[in-house]
Design a binder for this molecule. Structure first.
Ligand code: ARG
Length: 273
């Protein structure tokens, strides 16, 4: 296959990972797992989740039973929180950079979106206990794998990163790097494929999911160092009632070994056709 054939095939695959990307802010209801029995006339309690579903295996779009659905291990956690509360889960998909504002303004009740607990975020919103940990990875075009094998080798390169993410801060710390900030990881992947950026920094599990699906990309040996290597759930500042409930559900899921199961299942789902 010539270069252009490969490129367009790659684009097609990225487009597959982006399924439903035009549906930002679309609401998606999932009553599944909710133990609520409504035999009164009172309106059912809802729990609105804000997430940026561009992030396999955490949260991504998948056609399930012919229907575009937001799936992933963060979504399984959200379903369990809603079920433990007897509430109906409503999912709002939006750009990552909008999530914490939506939370503070009360348009979503909680954020689960591979969110890392930084000191600034800690000040702005309520953050739960850490529910999962992963390392950061550097993704490049396959041919450049050895060229960018250390963090030092990224000096002066063009880096594609997600707007508002901790990866943006990591990238800003790399001497001479030129940053292209984009709303979605899939857009960054397309920039890599079309030679407009040299490398990207993303969560290891996300890097693996894209490298498996998109031809011509690779993870290098470079290891970005971060202090905040875990993921937390965000709630509105001061909503201690919901925060307590979230932590209770996270403790339960952890003690049942469920989170690791969700991660495995979501990774398989992300790889499947
Ligand atoms: N962990 C990083 C952060 O908190 C990136 C999260 C991006 N999440 C997403 N669903 N796109 O900044």
């Amino acid at each position: 296959m010539n270069k252009w054939g490969k490129l367009s095939l790659g684009m097609l695959l990225v487009a597959g990972l982006m399924t439903g990307c035009g549906n930002n802010n679309k609401e998606n209801t999932t009553a599944e797992g909710s133990g609520a029995t409504t035999n009164t006339t009172a309106a059912a309690k809802t729990l609105t989740l804000g997430t940026s579903a561009d992030f396999p295996p955490y949260e991504f779009h998948k056609v399930v039973d012919g229907k575009d659905t937001v799936v992933g291990f963060d979504i399984e956690i959200a379903k369990n929180i809603a079920a433990d509360m007897g509430a109906e889960l409503v999912i709002k998909d939006m750009p990552f950079k909008s999530l914490l504002n939506e939370l503070s303004s009360g348009r979503v009740d909680m954020v689960i979106s591979g969110l890392s607990p930084t000191p600034e975020r800690e000040k702005a919103v309520g953050l739960s206990d850490i529910y999962y940990k992963a390392e950061q990875a550097v993704v490049v075009r396959e041919a450049d794998k050895d060229k960018f094998a250390t963090m030092d080798s990224l000096k002066g390169t063009k880096l594609g990163i997600q707007t508002g993410s901790i990866q943006e801060d990591i990238a800003k710390g790399i001497e001479g790097a030129k940053l292209t900030s984009l709303a979605k990881i899939s857009e960054i992947v397309m920039q890599l494929q079309s030679n407009r950026v040299d490398a990207s920094i993303m969560e290891g599990p996300v890097a693996k999911a894209f490298v498996k699906k998109v031809k011509g990309l690779a993870i290098t040996d470079a290891k970005p160092e971060v202090e905040d290597d875990g993921y937390v759930v965000g709630v509105k500042k001061g909503n201690t009632e919901l925060l307590d409930q979230v932590n209770k559900t996270l403790t339960r899921l952890n003690s049942e070994g469920k989170i690791d199961q969700f991660v495995t299942a979501a990774s398989e789902l992300a790889e499947s056709e």
